[in-house]
Design a protein around this ligand. Structure first.
Ligand code: PLP
Length: 382
């Protein structure tokens, strides 16, 4: 039996069309697009064509697309590239949270579903308005990578425009591409981050969109590529594959959302029927289709993941082992999930290769492993 892969939020397999698109640029079409000869012009044309495709899907102008080395780099650039106070939600990915904490920024709490506390955000923006440098950047993710919560960016944008009109509004949209039409999000923000390996492109290539006229200091300077916004020789093969994967993800999105919502719901419903005490972390109408995040009180995620791995089921938990003690994830802690429940967190994320058979198998294996762990935790024979 093959692997049952339910970790698509960590990375999803490359789409075959994206693999095919990148291959010529790993062999014959190898030239550096910054050169001046015919072969260089061929590579440059490929990057330009990719930029046009990416811009169309993301709802921005081609000149607003900056190719980067990954989602982390896009996030870091957006939140480090402007002066002033940086503000973000407590549920952000560490690629946003760490640089903002590092520069002494403000971290705003979230509600039990993971949405930024808008009243608190308003207080912070108002308080910072009257002090020193004012707010330089606000970053609120489009879709949370642990629990799948969709942010209300309409409300966030309204608040930021009113209370911090000079601030850059950035969204980490790394987890959004497969589930949300970015053309609806682009007008709300000034900058968006993406990573190819989350939607069927290769690892090690990303995008940062930057609204025309917004000044953002580059994180990486040197040869002046990407109009001085991100130096470094272009990853032509990666960029071409990113564009191909993005176009395909956009074309199949509606059908895939419908298919995967049904599979995700079945997965959680059948697990809930098979086991006592399955707590769905975020209500289904607040999150994207591919996320099944549950808390299973009475077990430790680490032990469950070990057993699942032995049974060739790939899932994840977002707990990190710090100084020998199991710490619940910063996202669950910010959402106020109680420690006992958070210790048994299980994230199963579905994607373009997920089948009904994967769901059937995951239900069987997860249910039997959880029963086994709960029995042994209660002192009964496993
Ligand atoms: N932001 C979010 C929400 C993510 O899920 C990830 C990847 O886990 C990143 C940023 C970082 O992207 P990358 O792996 O391309 O650096």
């Amino acid at each position: 039996m093959g692997i049952t892969y339910l970790d698509h939020a960590a990375t999803t397999p490359m789409r075959p069309a994206a693999v095919d698109a990148m291959l010529p640029f790993l062999s014959d079409r190898f030239a550096n697009p910054s050169g001046s000869h015919r072969f260089a012009r061929d590579s440059r044309r490929a990057v330009d064509e990719a930029r046009d495709l990416v811009a169309e899907v993301l709802g921005v102008a081609p000149g607003e697309v900056v190719f980067t080395g990954c989602g982390t780099e896009s996030d870091n650039t957006a939140v480090a590239g402007v002066a002033g106070v940086a503000v973000c939600s407590a549920a952000e990915h560490h690629a946003v949270l760490h640089p903002i904490e590092h520069r002494g920024g403000r971290v705003v709490g979230v509600d039990p579903a993971g949405h930024i506390d808008l009243a608190r955000l308003a207080e912070v923006l108002t308080a910072e308005r009257s002090t020193g440098p004012g707010v330089g950047v606000v970053s609120v993710m489009a879709v949370n990578n642990e629990v799948g919560t969709i942010s209300d960016l309409v409300a966030v944008s309204r608040l930021v425009r009113e209370l911090a009109p000079g601030a850059l509004l950035h969204t980490d949209a790394v987890q959004a591409v497969s589930w949300l039409d970015l053309r609806a999000i682009a007008p709300l923000v000034d900058a968006m981050s993406f990573s190819a390996h989350k939607f069927g492109g290769p690892k090690g290539v990303g995008v940062l969109t930057v609204r025309d006229g917004v000044a953002l200091a580059p994180l990486i300077s040197g040869g002046g590529q990407e109009r001085d916004r991100r130096s470094g020789t272009h990853n032509v093969a990666g960029i071409v594959a990113l564009a191909t994967a993005l176009v395909e993800a956009d074309q199949v999105r509606d059908a895939e959302v419908a298919r995967l919502v049904a599979l995700r719901d079945r997965l959680v419903d059948e697990l809930s029927a098979a086991l006592d005490d399955v707590v769905e972390t975020v209500p289904r109408d607040r999150k994207v289709a591919g996320f099944a995040h549950v808390c299973l009180p009475g077990i430790e995620s680490e032990s469950l993941l070990y057993l699942l791995d032995e049974a060739d089921v790939c899932a994840s938990a977002a707990s990190a082992c710090a100084s020998g003690a199991m710490e619940p994830s910063h996202v669950l802690a910010a959402m106020g999930v109680d420690r006992r429940a958070a210790t048994g967190a299980l994230r199963m994320t579905l994607g373009h290769t997920t089948t009904e058979a994967d769901v059937d198998r995951a239900v069987d294996v997860v249910a039997s492993m959880v029963v086994r762990l709960r029995r042994s935790a209660s002192g009964a024979h496993p």
